[in-house]
Design a protein around this ligand. Structure first.
Ligand SMILES: Cc1ncc(COP(=O)(O)O)c(C=O)c1O
Length: 298
């Protein structure tokens, strides 16, 4: 695992971060999770745009330009050197007083981690995962808008914990109205009467970069997609359900609350996997030039 911090790339165990960073004390910050496939960083500019939107929503200023931040990501990816990897980019409010006053934080801190990630066991990528409806709900936009990818993931963590303790792979999270929002760390899709449907962001879904890729690929193939509110009934009655995310990848859902979904065939999911592979092979920013140049940034 490699980490970029304060202008240097180092091994993770060499990185020292202040215990007074409000990212640690209060979850006061934002982040991105970015997949690296075939030596390319997936949709880097889209991730940085989302990081900037999340940061703006919390009043945190990015300490570097978007180009500089992209260079930091590529430099860290190059130092890690694996063609299949994962980037975790964090932006915290920075070091401040022990009290929660965000105005006591002098300057935001950027941290970039390059590592491996596995969210689900390998076998579940063909068999499908077992999903459980979490008893806790996604917060409403008047509490903490789920579109902000903040460092405060307790809501998701507790839903995942509940699901894992009960023997499930992941949690389905509903919004305040009881409609489907997303999984604990991934977006959700359902195939209903031949239409690929997913809840819109205002239903409590993070505007996922993988989600956008799936939707775009479908519309290129002239297959109908629909961003619309979904209920648990819609998922249970669907012919296919699957999740999407940079960490999760694309993964089918086998059961929801122990009810088997669909009849076993998953043609839409399989096509989505192929489309996603084609897209990520053809797009993305290669980090190889940074390996040679070993550019120092920040
Ligand atoms: C809560 C949540 N929803 C959805 C996603 C999927 O988003 P993306 O495809 O951008 O990784 C994530 C990814 O981390 C997430 O944490």
């Amino acid at each position: 695992m490699k980490v970029w911090y304060n202008g240097n790339v180092m091994d993770a165990n060499e990185c020292r971060i202040s215990i007074l960073d409000h990212g640690l004390l209060y979850g006061d910050g934002v982040f991105e999770g970015i997949r690296i496939t075939g030596g390319r960083v997936f949709r880097l500019s889209d991730h940085l745009a989302r990081l900037q939107r999340s940061a703006r929503a919390l009043g945190i200023e990015l300490p570097y330009t978007l180009d500089e931040t992209a260079a930091i990501v590529l430099q860290t990816a190059a130092a890690f050197g694996r063609d299949e990897a994962y980037i975790r980019l964090l932006l915290t409010r920075g070091v401040g007083e022990l009290s929660l006053d965000p105005l006591s934080c002098e300057k935001p801190q950027l941290i970039c981690i390059a590592a491996e990630i596995r969210m689900f066991p390998a076998a579940t990528y063909s068999q499908g995962i077992r999903l459980m409806t979490a008893s806790s709900r996604r917060p409403g936009v008047d509490v903490l808008d789920p579109q902000v990818k903040s460092l405060n993931y307790l809501n998701n963590v507790l839903a995942k914990r509940e699901a894992r303790l009960k023997g499930f792979d992941d949690a389905l999270m509903l919004n305040q109205s009881g409609r489907v929002a997303e999984a604990s760390g991934a977006n959700i899709f359902a195939v209903i009467d031949g239409v690929l449907a997913t809840p819109p962001a205002y239903e409590g879904a993070l505007p996922g970069v993988t989600r956008a890729t799936v939707l775009e690929a479908r519309s290129h193939n002239n297959l109908p997609v629909s961003e619309r509110p979904l209920t648990c009934y819609d998922l249970l009655a669907a012919s296919e359900v699957f999740l999407s995310g940079n960490g999760a990848g694309l993964i089918p859902v086998y059961t929801l609350d122990d009810t088997v979904i669909g009849g076993g065939d998953r043609p839409v999911f399989e096509q989505a996997v192929l489309d996603y592979r084609d897209f990520s092979a053809a797009h993305g920013t290669p980090f190889a030039p940074y390996r040679a140049a070993n550019l120092a940034v920040g």
